[in-house]
Design a protein around this ligand. Structure first.
Ligand SMILES: [Zn+2]
Ligand SMILES: [Zn+2]
Length: 177
């Protein structure tokens, strides 16, 4: 998905965190963090204590809570709960060859970098583009969170796969009646 149109690719980290499969047990966290290590200052220790894994899961739940919120007031309240955990100290970096912002101080512990980046990425999209832009997939059997980057904010599914699966299901349902 083209998150760049949103001026913040950090929202991608928030969405991926909310969608991370935590059923496998506490190892989910190190797998997730290693797959997204471009968001953390090079050299950051990518291991969390069991307590910190729990907090990372709670942050994932907070992102999801924003996605399922039904009103601007609800989104604001949940976003502010998330932002209260953030310790932003933005700085510009080109460590990957492209100039961009990081949101937490470079020597912050991993959990702080994660929470801060997620909170800042998510809130930038909501504040700049509207509270309805973060949603949960409408397809049966899928509850993935997504960012709606469509021009008219009409998106209902996390992916093209879910969208076409639902179209086929609706077509079959119509044929049955
Ligand atoms: Zn970076
Ligand atoms: Zn889906």
């Amino acid at each position: 998905m083209d998150y760049d149109t949103y001026g913040s690719s950090a929202v991608e980290l928030a969405i991926d965190l909310a969608n991370a499969d935590r059923d496998a047990g506490p190892e989910w966290a190190s797998a997730f963090l290693r797959a997204h290590d471009e968001w953390f200052e090079p050299g950051t220790d990518l291991d969390l204590s069991p307590d910190e894994v729990g907090q990372a899961g709670a942050t994932a739940d907070r992102v999801r809570a924003v996605a399922v919120a039904q009103s601007e007031a609800e989104v604001m309240e949940r976003l502010n709960a998330l932002l209260a955990l953030a310790h932003p100290q933005p700085y510009a970096t080109d460590h990957d060859g492209e100039l961009h912002l990081h949101y937490a101080r470079p020597d912050a512990p991993l959990l702080e970098q994660l929470t801060t980046t997620v909170a800042m990425g998510l809130s930038q999209v909501v504040v700049q583009h509207g509270w309805q832009r973060i949603g949960v997939c409408s397809a049966e059997g899928c509850d993935d969170v997504y960012v709606d980057t469509s021009r008219n904010a009409s998106r209902r599914y996390c992916s093209n796969t879910c969208a076409s699966r639902s179209t086929v299901a609706a077509y079959r349902a119509r044929r049955r009646t």
